[in-house]
Write a protein of this length. Structure first.
Length: 385
């Protein structure tokens, strides 16, 4: 009564809710809105799908259902018994009946069923998918030009998430869609070029500079965990699981702890995808370390191959083309006796040992990782760490 708040545009005209050109709709599957076993959120969306006549019929039938409850013989008998106790509890007539006031309507007492199972008893993933699809279906028809979605991947399997993302893309073609997510699959599928990274220093970064070929690559192969590259404090990229184990072992031997304990994420990337991830790192001005085999290529050829996408990142490899992969590098640095001891083998020479390690890459790398024996690491790995 002492003041009022008014909005005015820069033109000096009053601004009302009706005059705001943007109408936003929030779809949040991270919270459960349950009341007396009924999901208010689902009921509200279903209500918005119904015609006025259908809603009126539903309300009438719901009221009749409540009234017939009081006429049931068992309920009448119970109420008669309660009336006998009225004097000891209250001076007024005490009975039980269903609330027929306006504050309790069908949305708060009826619940949706899926295959005859109450909605709140189905899995959280199924609940989220149904909520999302119903909301998108309604908002696609409504005058809602901005749709906000909170973590659509919650509780969903890989296959169901794929179906949901396809549905989101289909229903929001002509609308502004803003999704908050921690899923690499969602990011890759909807397009890395649309990603906005929110940093703790309140700055944003985008990947709009990625070339169209790289964007298509991650859309076709959305399983790549791009978020690990984007969100990790420091990143080391390696070619395979055996390389990852050896790098972890080398780091542990040097610092007496694993890389992840220092916030360093060692990520296995297939060799052909190195350039794609380096391009992402360059786009956000981030330094990452690449440890790779020379694959029989010379230093100049390897450096030229990564020159355009390297940015701040560094790539480490050995320029000895006679030892073109990790296994011969390890054999070159260590004695035959040591490696035979670690593998519980008795190979007569290093050539036979090398062949065994190449044919059993991950198994041999795991034994080296688990061994208490100190192993001499190739120089290019030590230099990277």
């Amino acid at each position: 009564e002492y003041y009022e708040a008014k909005w005015y545009s820069f033109a000096g005209d009053p601004v009302t809710t009706r005059s705001i050109p943007v109408n936003a709709c929030l779809i949040d599957t991270t919270t459960t809105k349950l009341a007396n076993g009924a999901d208010i959120y689902i009921s509200r969306i279903i209500k918005e799908h119904l015609e006025p006549k259908e809603r009126a019929n539903l309300a009438i039938n719901h009221r009749l259902l409540k009234e017939t409850f009081a006429a049931n013989d068992s309920v009448v008998a119970i109420n008669n018994k309660l009336q006998e106790k009225s004097g000891s509890v209250t001076d007024k007539l005490l009975t039980l009946c269903v609330d027929v006031s306006g504050r309790v309507n069908w949305e708060t007492t009826l619940t949706a069923h899926l295959d005859k199972l109450p909605f709140h008893f189905v899995g959280k993933g199924e609940q989220n998918a149904v909520k999302m699809k119903l909301a998108l279906e309604h908002n696609s028809k409504a005058k809602c030009n901005v749709i906000l979605v909170e973590e659509p991947e919650n509780h969903l399997s890989y296959t169901n998430m794929q179906k949901l993302i396809s549905k989101i893309s289909e229903k929001c073609i002509d609308k502004q869609l803003i999704i908050a997510t921690h899923s690499s699959y969602v990011i890759n599928k909807l397009g890395l070029e649309n990603l906005i990274l929110l940093n703790s220093n309140k700055k944003t970064a985008t990947l709009k500079s990625l070339n169209s070929e790289t964007q298509r690559y991650f859309k076709k192969l959305p399983g790549f965990d791009t978020l690990r590259i984007l969100l990790s404090r420091k990143v080391i990229l390696v070619e395979g699981p055996s390389d990852e184990l050896i790098v972890q072992k080398a780091y542990y031997q040097k610092y007496s702890k694993l890389p992840i304990e220092d916030g360093i994420d060692v990520i296995t990337i297939k060799g052909l995808a190195f350039k794609r991830f380096l391009e992402i790192a360059k786009a956000i001005d981030k330094e990452i370390i690449v440890i790779t085999d020379n694959d029989g290529k010379g230093k100049e050829e390897i450096e030229l191959n990564y020159k355009e996408v390297l940015g701040k990142s560094k790539i480490y490899f050995d320029d000895d083309i006679t030892c073109n992969t990790l296994e011969p590098q390890l054999v070159k640095c260590n004695t035959l006796e040591l490696l035979n001891s670690i593998f519980s083998k008795s190979f007569p020479d290093k050539a036979t040992l090398t062949t065994h390690m190449i044919n059993n890459k991950t198994e041999c790398a795991l034994k080296i990782f688990e061994s208490s024996e100190p192993v001499i690491m190739p120089n290019y790995i030590k230099n990277a760490l």
